[in-house]
Write a protein that binds this ligand. Structure first.
Ligand SMILES: Nc1ncnc2c1ncn2[C@@H]1O[C@H](COP(=O)(O)OP(=O)(O)O)[C@@H](O)[C@H]1O
Ligand SMILES: [Mg+2]
Length: 373
């Protein structure tokens, strides 16, 4: 293999690592490996600096574990590595030891001579550095090009990972705010008024024991409702969980969760082989609609039989939740958001949503969507 071919292969492998959805540490590890392969250096390393300007991560190749243990600590950034951080520019030298910034090696460190280092940065921020040592014959211009490309890739990978982390924690915060708001407006209000009812019953204990008895019955009923509402709420809180496991398993999981909440075990009527035929991107939305419909069954239907149906015919996926409970008039005005959420989600999928119900006649929620295969 010629040098150029090796170099290109190394760069291409690193680019692949970046494009795939690998975790940051393995992306960086591949970049370090690619740097060694592309240049033919004996040692390669990448240091990521934390908020405190110290090394937060250090990934290396060429030094074995035993030697690393003997050295006993990570580079402290006193010599050349410190220079690379303070003054983020490429450094290339044939002999580290004679470089003006050199500080010398700690005890047990293998001797190293030639050096090529580049800052790892992205969007004007320096995240660390990528460096290579000990290339037979010293580093050349082609090595500089390689390390620049790889350092840029590392910078992008680190920046993306930090961004993803920040977005995730914002999303978590949003979700927490929403949950506390909903609990506060819902079940906490209800519990509060049950408490008030009990408090006022106390004053009637001697005067009107019968009324106190009725108040206690009401409080018990209201507590049962609150428990049901809370369970239902918890049930709806976990959409991502089932979404990651495919339609069939996701529906089975929803059925299981429903049984825990509503005691009735839903009947699963799934076309054999449905899983492989429903496009993956549709699955989370389908599951969420089924979840919302099941949540309504648990909350309102008082059904003795609930069926979850899924099939695909002539390119149309159909998913339905059918119950034999008390039913309702879909045209009547409503306070809740569940049916509206389902309708919005269906619209976003350009799917047909049909809510078929009448008082006393059970309810069926059906979704039809074209599976673009
Ligand atoms: N399966 C069902 N059985 C009986 N009534 C239902 C069913 N699904 C929905 N409903 C009725 O439709 C109303 C609106 O439902 P929804 O929009 O999900 O809001 P919410 O569940 O928060 O009340 C419910 O309050 C209930 O009266
Ligand atoms: Mg609802």
């Amino acid at each position: 293999v010629t040098r150029d071919a090796r170099r290109l292969r190394g760069l291409a492998e690193a680019a692949d690592a970046l494009a795939g959805d690998l975790e940051l540490p393995s992306v960086l590890d591949r970049i370090v490996a690619a740097a060694a392969v592309a240049t033919g250096a004996r040692y390669a390393a990448l240091g990521v600096i934390g908020d405190d300007e110290m090394l937060a991560q250090f990934i290396y190749r060429g030094v074995n574990e035993e030697t690393a243990r003997e050295i006993g600590h990570l580079p402290r950034g006193k010599g050349l590595l410190g220079l690379l951080i303070r003054d983020p520019r490429m450094v290339r030298t044939d002999d580290i030891n004679s470089h003006p910034a050199s500080y010398g090696f700690p005890p047990n460190h293998p001797p190293m001579t030639s050096f090529l280092g580049a800052p790892v940065r992205s969007g004007g921020r320096v995240f660390g550095n990528l460096y290579l040592t000990d290339k037979p014959g010293g580093f050349d211009d082609a090595d500089e090009e390689s390390i620049l490309v790889l350092a840029a890739q590392a910078g992008t990978a680190i920046e993306n990972a930090q961004l993803a982390e920040r977005l995730q924690s914002l999303a978590v915060q949003d979700e927490r705010d929403r949950i506390s708001r909903e609990l506060h407006d819902g079940v906490i209000q209800a519990l509060f008024s049950i408490g008030m009812g009990l408090e006022s019953a106390r004053g009637l204990i001697h005067r009107d024991p019968e009324r106190v008895g009725r108040r206690l019955d009401e409080a018990v009923d209201a507590l049962d409702d609150s428990i049901r509402e809370l369970r239902n709420y918890i049930f709806r809180l976990r959409p991502q969980h089932a979404a990651s496991m495919g339609l069939q398993r996701g529906l089975a999981e929803l059925a299981r969760e429903y049984e825990v909440n509503a005691v009735v075990r839903p009947h699963l009527d799934l076309q054999p082989g449905i899983d492989g035929r429903v496009p993956d991107p549709l699955v989370p939305d389908l599951l969420q609609i089924v979840r919302e419909a099941l949540s309504n069954c648990a909350k309102h239907a008082d059904a003795s039989r609930v069926t979850i149906y899924a099939a695909i015919h002539e390119g149309w996926v159909e998913v339905a939740v059918i119950d034999d409970g008390r039913g309702f008039d879909p045209a009547s005005p409503r306070v809740g958001r569940g049916l509206d959420n389902m309708a919005e989600r269906a619209e976003a999928l350009t799917a047909d949503l049909e809510v078929d119900s009448a008082p006393g006649a059970g309810a069926a929620v059906r979704l039809r969507v074209l599976a673009e295969e």
